[in-house]
Design a protein around this ligand. Structure first.
Ligand SMILES: *[C@@H]1O[C@H](CO)[C@@H](O)[C@H](O)[C@H]1NC(C)=O
Ligand SMILES: *[C@@H]1O[C@H](CO)[C@@H](O)[C@H](O)[C@H]1NC(C)=O
Ligand SMILES: *[C@@H]1O[C@H](CO)[C@@H](O)[C@H](O)[C@H]1NC(C)=O
Ligand SMILES: *[C@@H]1O[C@H](CO)[C@@H](O)[C@H](O)[C@H]1NC(C)=O
Ligand SMILES: *[C@@H]1O[C@H](CO)[C@@H](O)[C@H](O)[C@H]1NC(C)=O
Length: 460
């Protein structure tokens, strides 16, 4: 019975004694020491325990027999438990538990002895002898335990920690290793490495009245329109907008001088009203989510006419799949629009993609056409906003009121996803309601709790 325990204890003797993780190399040195664990002492205790039991049994006292039978039964159970542990092959637990089992056996022997000494005075002699032996065994066990707690289990724990560190190191190494395919090669920008700023941080002419809005420049302007800026605020219920304000330059938008308002509809909310803060201006047309529908609307600023195309019928709208973080959901942000060097995209989520982000290419014809789509594994409600650079979608998440993190990318050219970006955006206000990239000045345009901001993206 105790034999298999012995085997178990022996198997933890080869203890890993020295390990190290060297910087970024992820080298782990493992050295097997001599059998540092004093197993011979343990073996002696075990043998004495067996003998002791046998001697007690041989006394053939009915009371004692009953007790011994009970103890044997208990030992059998312990052995079965150990056999189970063996199968699970959990080295750590294994070592700790085998010592614990012997501890329990000793306690039971002590219990047995106490009962034995109570049965009758004839047992006194035997009891005294066994008591001495038991005391010896206990002393040895204490020694073994102190040895164990400082060496065996400790070393195994350390080994676990080092293994964990090694994994972490490997992960970080993976995170900082650029992917093998040339990233953003088509745009010649290199890999995004950092976001600095804000460069511009200002209230608009509306003051703090409107917490939701959007702004920027035309991503593909007509000649003469290159330096125009547009601004849309959701002037009704933080949800709807019905006109586009235009300025001739950055300074006029910041000072609020000489705007031109172009109305889409006469009031809020009604057919073709802008719903939600995520939109984009491309070739003098505004692309946005049309009021109360799953339509992508295109407002031609020249003709002031709206055409549209519907997203798939299981796409979210009216706050079904909004941008969000643990504390907040951003209402009516089911659809995000982004433009980059290659055109206009709509970012949304569908039931068939489990509420995860789908990227759709919007052909800028009249009416617009939804062309190629890409399904991602990015859950829309864990994201606070997205933008596109060179055919790559980036997503941000809320870390705290001061920091937003670019943490995700999806490359539409290679269909590869990454969740390991750690690029931080320093916020001035807690909530980013609108975020887009301008491929002409390489700036991020942000609308955050009534403030307009720009940030510089740095590429390698
Ligand atoms: C068991 O009994 C034998 C024979 O009586 C004796 O020599 C031995 O020392 C005893 N062992 C223990 C552990 O009491
Ligand atoms: C790191 O990348 C290698 C090669 O792609 C892979 O085998 C390994 O599992 C990765 N490790 C982690 C922790 O992601
Ligand atoms: C990123 O930019 C910020 C602000 O300029 C700077 O403090 C930080 O050190 C930069 N981080 C890296 C990794 O370049
Ligand atoms: C807006 O409408 C005008 C007149 O039909 C047309 O020439 C122009 O191409 C349209 N703009 C876009 C971006 O479709
Ligand atoms: C859809 O995309 C493909 C591939 O980019 C392109 O060839 C095609 O013209 C697009 N369709 C429309 C309607 O624009």
């Amino acid at each position: 019975m105790i034999q298999s325990n012995l085997f178990i204890v022996m198997s933890i003797i080869a203890v890993i004694s020295s390990q190290s993780v060297r910087g970024k190399d992820c080298v782990c040195e493992l050295q097997n020491s001599e059998s540092a664990f004093p197993e011979s002492k343990l073996v002696r205790v075990e043998i004495t325990a067996v003998e002791c039991l046998r001697n007690i049994s041989s006394e053939k006292r009915t009371e004692v027999d009953r007790l011994v039978l009970g103890l044997q039964h208990r030992l059998k159970q312990l052995n079965e438990n150990v056999a189970m542990l063996e199968k699970e092959d959990n080295g750590n637990l294994y070592g700790a538990v085998s010592l614990r089992i012997i501890q329990l056996e000793l306690a039971e022997l002590q219990d047995l002895l106490d009962k034995l000494s109570r049965t009758n005075t004839n047992n006194q002699q035997l009891s005294t002898e066994i008591a001495d032996q038991l005391q010896d065994m206990k002393n040895t066990m204490e020694e073994l335990e102190s040895f164990d707690s400082t060496m065996v289990i400790l070393k195994q724990r350390e080994n676990e920690r080092i293994k964990r560190d090694l994994k972490l190191c490997e992960k970080e190494l993976n995170a900082t290793t650029p992917p093998p395919t040339p990233f953003m090669g088509n745009c010649g920008l290199g890999q995004m490495v950092n976001v600095s700023g804000p460069k511009i941080y200002s209230l608009t002419v509306y003051g703090t009245s409107y917490s939701f809005g959007a702004w920027g420049r035309d991503a593909n302007p007509a000649p003469g329109d290159e330096n125009k800026y547009w601004l849309v605020v959701l002037s009704s219920s933080n949800a709807y907008g019905h006109y586009v304000r235009q300025y001739n330059s950055m300074s006029t938008i910041l000072l609020g001088i000489g705007p031109t308002d172009i109305h889409i509809s006469s009031s809020n909310p009604t057919t073709n009203t802008i719903q939600g803060p995520n939109m984009v201006m491309y070739e003098n047309s505004l692309y946005y989510n049309c009021y109360n529908t799953l339509n992508v609307c295109k407002f031609n600023m020249t003709t002031r006419s709206v055409t549209n195309v519907a997203l798939p019928s299981d796409a979210g709208f009216n706050s079904k799949f909004p941008f969000a973080h643990l504390g907040t959901t951003y209402a009516y942000t089911d659809m995000d629009f982004a433009a980059d060097e290659s055109g206009v995209y709509v970012i949304y989520a569908t039931t068939s993609n489990f509420g995860n982000v789908v990227i759709g290419k919007v052909e800028t014809s009249t009416p617009p056409v939804l062309n190629q789509t890409w399904s991602t594994t990015l859950h829309k409600k864990t994201v606070t906003n997205t933008f596109m650079v060179c055919g790559v979608l980036y997503a941000t998440r809320y870390l705290d009121k001061d920091t937003e993190e670019i943490f995700y990318s999806f490359d539409t050219k290679t269909n590869t996803e990454r969740y390991d970006w750690r690029i931080h955006i320093r916020k001035m206000q807690a909530n980013i309601k609108f975020l887009n990239y301008d491929s002409r000045d390489h700036l991020l345009y942000v609308y955050s709790d009534a403030y307009v901001l720009t940030y510089d993206i740095m590429f390698q």
